[in-house]
Each structure stands twice: as structure tokens, then as C-alpha cells.
Design a protein around this ligand. Sequence first.
Ligand code: V47
Ligand code: SF4
Length: 402
Amino acid sequence: MRSKQQLELLLNDSTLGSDHRHIAQKVADGSRITAEEGIFLYDQGELAYLGILANYIREQKNGDRTYFNRNFHIEPTNLCVYDCKFCSYSRLIKQRSDADAWQYTLDDMFDIVKKYDGQPVTEVHIVGGVLPQYDLAFYTELFQKIKAHRPELHIKALTPVEFHYIFKKAKISYEEGMARMKAAGIDSLPGGGAEIFDPEIREQIAADKCTGEQWLRIHEIWHELGMRSNATILYGHIENWKHRVDHMELLRQLQDKTGGFQTFIPLKFRNQDNQMSHLPETTAVEDLRNYAISRIYLDNFDHVKAYWPMIGRHIAQMSLAFGVDDIDGTIDDTTKIYSMAGAEEQHPTLSTRELVDMIRRVGRQPIERDTLYNILEDYTNTVFEEDKQWRGYLELPVVERN
Ligand code: V47
Ligand code: SF4
């Protein structure tokens, strides 16, 4: 594998400083870096150096495999009782007449699910604003209805932000609440609501909603029920390197305990139409460095995901050389929370063919997975109907690396 040779070259580079060499050796040995070393990487790790380390780990864990799934999103509402400063939803509750506001009923949401009948989607991702009417009874009925209608559709839904609010209102414990959510039909939890765990930063950007500790506890209880979940970080706003590393450290510790996390998803703060619009966004170089350090730090996570509707297709392609092995799903519905926050892809739609093409063009292996990373199809050598005439005509080779 190319990444191994690159790491060996790096280790033999006499110009490499001793701290850099020490960390590179740890990566080669498969040993864990410390929090101080994580901060050092943010401070002094150049993109190329980080890329070699992260790509080595990526290829050790996942080879060239690059995962995606076929999913669709339902965002129940863009109204919310909370007021997170980074969120383009949060102001809307004060302006209910806003023409952009929506609030789906249970039937509306069920109709969206039915729209996908007969289509080869494997997952529905449900997350949105928090409102009192979306309570325990509401979501229990929704999940039960979806399961009764289409049992094999994986429901990835809600975050500790909703759970904390719903369970408090229903006066039940996290333990009881999560057991009820499992019984109602949730199959896994998405990674949202984590933001930054540090209490001071959290207070400034996401006051009132569940704390970092509560977020971690709810995932822990979920894992104890034998279930899987994802984790995110919202980076690139008012946090510093230490806050990012502390956040990953807490995730790494919980993962050591439960092993229930599947994927880490760094979410780049987007600055349009929210209360933090005055902050500049991170650069592409910073985004790639952040993916790489996440891959190096979270040695007990199998996967790192780049959410392409958020960072754009080109950075998503590049991220595959900086530790990322997953680019989420084919989405044919606008994921509004991001387009409202200024994501490059205003209407993020990619067909399976386009997604496969995107992955193959950077020399990786496109693998369709289900939510739990079971392999459904390897598209490495697939020729799509639409491409047949061109392949024969141009004798296009399948891209090979090296
Ligand atoms: O928690 C909100 C983020 C998250 C902005 O688990 C913003 O597979 C950037 O967690 N700029 C929700 N980010 C989405 C999420 C997610 C997405 C895709 C896949 C998965 C998964 C999970 O969106 C929120 C918040 O951190 N967010 N506003 C913004 N302006
Ligand atoms: Fe509400 Fe979530 Fe937006 Fe915060 S990030 S205001 S909890 S929708």
C-alpha cells in the first residue's frame, strides 16, 4: 500500500523534528497519541505531514474502501425552542409567520416516507428543531408507523438534545426513555447535538440545551442497550485547539468503555444567516487538517465521515486522502439546515452514479453500505448504463492508484 511507503519515507526524513518523528512513530506502531500531542498537531502539523499519518491509518483500517449509503432526510420543523447562535433555524420561532418556516404533522412525515416506497433507500435520517408538540407520544407513534409500513428501513433519528427535552417533559429517566425509543423503532442515533462539549464554549453558542455530559450519557445508555450511534463536532467558530482535543478525548474515553460509536463526523461551521455570521469560515486547508487530526486522535473509531453537502464535493474528494473513508449518502432532498447556513451545495443531490464517479475519480473503491456498515455493493468496476457508450468508445480504464 502506498501509504505505508510514504510513512516509512517520512520516518527516514532527517529534517523531521523530534516531536513530529515521535508522533509519526506512534502512528506506525499503532499506539495512541496523547491530548498534548493532539494540540501539538493542531499547532504545528503541516497538511502534508498530517495527510501521510491520517492516510496510513485510514488504509490500515479501511483500505481504499469509501463508504456511502442511500438515505433520505426528514427535518420535522425549522422552529426550535432553543437559540443556538450558529443555527439558521433558531431565530425562526420568534417569527412564526416567516414564509420559510415549516412544521410537519405526523401525517406529513409519514407521507414523505411513503414517497420512497419501492425506491432502494436503506435509511431515513430524522432530525430538526425542538418543539413541545413533538413529544414522547408523537415520536413513538411516528417510529412505530414507519416500522409497521417498512420494517427494513433503518431509522436513524433524534439526538440527545431532543431526548433530554422530551424525557424531561415526560418525567421519565434517560434509561427508560432510551429503552422506549428502541422499542418504538429507532435503530441508531445520528451524531448531532454534540457541538463542543466544553461548558464555557457551549454556554456561549448553545445555551440551555443538553450539556456535553448529558449528550455523552445518553449515547452511553444507548450503547448499553446494544445499539450504535455516531458522533460529531462543530468546529471553526469560537473554540480553540484545546476545546477540539478535549471534545475528542471524551469521545475516545466513552468509545473505550462501550465501543458503540461507528463514525466521527467533523462539521464545519457555516456562517450564513445565523447569529455568528460575523465569524469567518475555516479554510479548506484547515478542514483537511482537522479531518486528519480527527483520524489520528480517534484511534478507536472505525470511520471518519465527510458530510459532502456541507463541505462541497471537491473538498469531500480531497478528504479521502486525509483520513476520511465515508461520504454519507445519496440525498435527493434538500437538507435544509445546511443550505440555510450557506453550504456550497445549495441543493445537494447526487445520484449513486455521481457519487460512485466522485469516489472513483480519486482512485478509491466506492462501497455502498447499510447504516451499520454491512457491505451492500462494491462499485469499483461497475459500468453504469449511461456510461456504456463512452466506455466502449474511449476505452476508459477504471482509475487505479499508484
Ligand atoms: O448538531 C447546525 C450542525 C448538526 C450549523 O450522524 C451546523 O450520520 C455547521 O449531526 N454550520 C446536525 N453545522 C447534523 C448532524 C449530522 C449530519 C449528517 C450526518 C450525521 C450522521 C449527522 O448540524 C447540529 C449542528 O452541529 N449545524 N447549524 C451551521 N451553521
Ligand atoms: Fe434548535 Fe438544533 Fe438549531 Fe440548536 S442547533 S437552535 S437545538 S435546531
